[in-house]
Ligand binder design. Sequence first.
Ligand SMILES: CC(C)=CCNc1ncnc2c1ncn2[C@@H]1O[C@H](COP(=O)(O)O)[C@@H](O)[C@H]1O
Length: 268
Amino acid sequence: MSVRNGGDGRRERRQGAALVRGRLVPSTTYDQRLLDQRGPADWLHQDPWRVLRIQAEFVEGFGMLAELGPAVSVFGTARSKPDSPEYELGVRIGKALAEAGYAVITGGGPGAMEAANRGAREAGGTSVGLGIELPFEQGINPYVDMALEFRYFFVRKTMFVKYAQGFVVLPGGFGTLDELFEALVLVQTRKVTSFPVVLVGTAFWGGLLDWIKTTLVESGKIAPVDVDLIQVTDDVDEVVRLISESERLRATERESVATAAEETATPE
Ligand SMILES: CC(C)=CCNc1ncnc2c1ncn2[C@@H]1O[C@H](COP(=O)(O)O)[C@@H](O)[C@H]1O
């Protein structure tokens, strides 16, 4: 970092890759601010510093989840009560996924998230909660065995996708819809491939699916084939079957790509 006069006589300072001139040249330097313990702490809340915090969240998330093994992310309302049928459905899904060998990843909160964690835990599976810092007090549910609390929704969402073989979506509100549509866009734009998105609850999701099939398709906002990205069922065993079938398909595809690459690399 150095201060000198630019070509037009204005002061300028290089700050790593950045260059500032004139009145944008700060009166103090980065290392001054770092070493001056009595200095203001408002830099903590500035974007360049945030980038490091964001990076740290990625590093921690990748580090914790890299060796998780096959997993499924389960989403759903934070609001269902432990004695409700929806909660009970979440428990059965968590359990079935764990019995099929999948770790269960949720948002670590209450309601459907807790239910799925509880099912996984009761079946002896790996129960993961990726919590989010919220403006109101909210802990990780007690059925989570491996937890990480994120500051940033977008970092947390990367983890849900990167470490899961598919998404299971229980009835929910805005948060659940956000996660559902994020997944659908990633599959539609082929950012992720062969990624099953299974909605649970035909009665709950029926209205949305009808609107997707009519309004969205008929007005040309999505292709008819995009509707096939979503699967819906009420049957817990079917959920597991759809996920594992898609995984088998993906493994076969990977094998054929590897074989084709080998054949190309091997001289005749
Ligand atoms: C009672 C209450 C509002 C608690 C909020 N506590 C939460 N804790 C963790 N993840 C959450 C929470 N609220 C929303 N989410 C995220 O959004 C989804 C649920 O949102 P919603 O309740 O459908 O819209 C979850 O899958 C989760 O990833």
